[in-house]
Each structure stands twice: as structure tokens, then as C-alpha cells.
Design a protein around this ligand. Structure first.
Ligand code: TLP
Length: 349
């Protein structure tokens, strides 16, 4: 039986064209600023979001952490969504590496509540309190099921942050999914953040890396932090080349992943014992709740696995399916049929 793998879009492999470009990439020592391919990627990335400068980094986590380390000194605070990747899945890096405190606030539909964010901003004049420095948003929002933050909402949040003297960082690991789904450009999002981190290695299918963008001064500071943390790379052009290809050629096809996710959501919701809020599936992530049949997220994952389907437990009673370039439209029908039969057999057992 062929395995259909929905665990993540990080699993996507480089295309043949990407491999050819990797082979042919012109390279140099990037710590000396001499890798022309890395420079080209950084220029393209900055231009894409309308920022002054960019830095090629090893991963989304590194991009987010370099941003926070560049904005904050030890003892300062960053406001994040309570279900954000930075808060839940980055190993408490701000605390571990920079003495930075994260302040989680409530989120609705994948974006922090503006009123909650305002309440969380500290009083500058009170010496008991840490200083608030940054507001972080996640677009698309992973744990909220790939929700897109509308540009209008970003504008409101940005205006609020500026009024209070705060910087805004966007964890745009899946920024281009938001772009494709909303029809807003990366530049439109870029104008309402001070920095954004986006991943090349998720749905865009590059093998490695992310880019952090912002002002020249901010990127110079992030470059220093990247070196300090051992992230200075040498002939990195071999991994930057597929990143350039990803930005130029792999964005539009994300719509296929979104269409597959919508179809999967509707079909899973029709199966007994499963619940998916299909109308809120905007991009490539489907959160499936197990509401009957006695399965935990882990036992449902195991049942899927026995039937050649891979997906990830993502919280209590929830399994996450992420559509990606290696899942074709026909695989959605096949997946639904396999799950339907498996649930039926499980009831008879
Ligand atoms: N997310 C991974 C896992 O860590 C959960 C996945 O499979 O979705 N921000 C967001 C919103 C992310 O979803 C991820 C990766 C990251 C940052 C971190 O990127 P990497 O894995 O490149 O460090």
C-alpha cells in the first residue's frame, strides 16, 4: 500500500530543477559576504516583502529567535499568541538564549486579540515591570489550522504597536500560503511589520532554510546573533539556489494544496466520529477532531498508520493533516476511503 504522508509540508523534497540549480550554484564564503547566490536570495527576499535587507538562516526557529534577540535585551518582554509556534514549539529559546520573557495572550481565528494585546503592554514608568518590546504574530497560524491574518487586521495591529513604541515581528513560516489564500501581496503584509521570517523549506519545497527580513540595521544585528549562535554558513549558495527557485516558481502552486485541504476537510467531516470545521480551512492545514469512537489523537494516528496514512497528533483529541506537493488530488479520495473503511472495521471489532 502506498503511504500518503500528511505529517507536514516540511517533508517536501527538492524538485529536479532545484537539484540542478544546487549543482550549478555559484558559491563563495558567505561569512565574508562572498556567496553571490546567498546575496541574490537575500536581495530577492527583501524585495519580495518590501524591506531593506534580509538574512538567510538555517530554519524558521532560527529566524524567529534572531529577531527576538535583536529587538530585546535580557529582562524585556515579547507579547505572543497563546498558541503560537514561538511560544509552544521553540524550546523556550527566548528565555534560554536571551533572558527574554514571553507574554502569551488569547487569540481568535489565529490572530492575537487586539484588546488582549493592549492589556498586556506594560507600563513603561513602573520600575517593577519588564519593558514590552515586541508584538509577534503568526501568519498563517499553524495550531489554529492554517488561518490567514487579513491585511486590514495587520494594519490595526501595526498602528497600535507603533502608538506604543513596539516592534512587530511576523512568524511567516507559511507567509506565501497567506498570500495565495488572501490575494494580498507579500509587500502588503510587509508594510505592516518591522520584520518577517518566512520558510523556504515548507510548502515551497526547498530543502533547507528560511529568510529573516527587516531594516539594514536590524539585519546587521541579526547577522551578528546568527554568527554568535554558530549559524554563519560558508558556501551556502548550494542551499540558497533552490530557495531562489522556490520564491520564483513554487508560490502559485500552493493553491493546489489549499484546494486539496478544503476537499479533505469537507470529506473528513462527513465521516462518523470525526469533526472538521471545513469552512475555516483557508490554506493547507486541516485539524481533525475525534469526537466519538473512543480514539485518542495517538490511537487515531496509529489507526491511520496501519492504513498507510501519516498524520500528526496536535493536541488533545486532534490530528493534523497538512497537504503538500507530494499529496495529489486523487490521494484525497483514497485517504477518505481508507479512513472510512478503517473506522467501520474498528466499530465492528
Ligand atoms: N512547524 C513544524 C513543527 O515545528 C510543528 C510543522 O511541521 O508545522 N513557525 C511556524 C508557524 C511553524 O509551523 C514552524 C515549523 C516554524 C516556525 C519553525 O520552522 P523550522 O522547523 O524551520 O524551525
Amino acid at each position: 500500500m502506498r503511504t500518503i504522508d500528511f505529517r507536514s509540508d516540511t517533508l517536501t523534497k527538492p524538485t529536479d530543477e532545484m537539484r540542478r540549480l544546487m549543482y550549478e550554484a555559484e558559491v563563495g564564503d558567505d561569512v565574508y559576504g562572498e556567496d553571490p547566490t546567498v546575496r541574490r536570495l537575500e536581495e530577492l527576499a527583501a524585495e519580495t516583502v518590501g524591506h531593506e535587507a534580509a538574512l538567510f538562516v538555517t530554519s524558521g526557529t532560527q529566524g524567529n529567535q534572531l529577531a527576538l534577540l535583536s529587538y530585546c535585551r535580557s529582562g524585556e518582554e515579547v507579547i505572543v499568541g497563546e498558541d503560537s509556534h514561538i511560544y509552544l514549539y521553540e524550546g523556550a529559546a527566548p528565555a534560554a538564549l536571551g533572558g527574554i520573557q514571553l507574554r502569551p495572550v488569547a487569540e481568535t481565528e489565529g490572530c492575537m486579540d487586539l484588546a488582549a494585546a493592549v492589556r498586556a503592554i506594560r507600563d513603561e514608568t513602573d520600575i517593577h515591570q519588564p519593558r514590552t518590546r515586541v508584538l509577534c504574530v503568526e501568519n498563517t497560524h499553524n495550531k489554529a489550522g492554517g488561518r490567514v491574518i487579513p491585511v486590514e487586521k495587520m494594519e490595526q495591529l501595526y498602528m497600535l504597536a507603533k502608538k506604543r513604541g513596539l516592534s512587530v515581528h511576523m512568524d511567516g513560516a507559511r507567509l506565501f500560503n497567506a498570500v495565495v489564500a488572501s490575494g494580498a501581496s507579500a509587500k502588503q503584509y510587509g508594510q505592516y511589520v518591522d520584520s518577517v521570517q518566512f520558510c523556504l523549506s515548507k510548502g515551497l519545497s526547498a530543502p533547507v532554510g528560511s529568510v529573516l527580513t527587516g531594516t539594514k540595521e536590524f539585519i546587521a544585528e541579526a547577522r551578528r546573533w546568527r554568527k554568535r549562535l554558530g549559524g554563519g554558513m560558508r558556501q551556502a549558495g548550494v542551499i540558497a539556489a533552490p530557495g531562489i527557485y522556490a520564491l520564483e516558481n513554487m508560490v502559485e502552486r500552493l493553491e493546489e494544496d489549499h484546494a486539496n485541504a478544503r476537499e479533505l476537510a469537507v470529506r473528513l467531516n462527513e465521516l462518523p466520529g470525526l469533526k472538521v470545521q471545513a469552512e475555516s480551512v483557508e490554506t493547507n492545514i486541516v485539524m481533525c477532531e475525534i469526537i466519538e469512537g473512543g480514539h485518542s489523537a495517538e490511537s487515531f494516528r496509529d489507526l491511520l498508520l496501519e492504513n498507510g496514512i501519516k498524520a500528526s497528533p496536535f493536541g488533545e483529541g486532534v490530528v493534523r493533516f497538512v497537504t503538500n506537493r507530494h499529496v495529489a488530488a486523487e490521494d484525497i479520495e483514497e485517504t477518505v476511503q481508507r479512513i472510512k473503511k478503517a473506522l467501520h472495521r474498528a466499530v465492528l471489532r
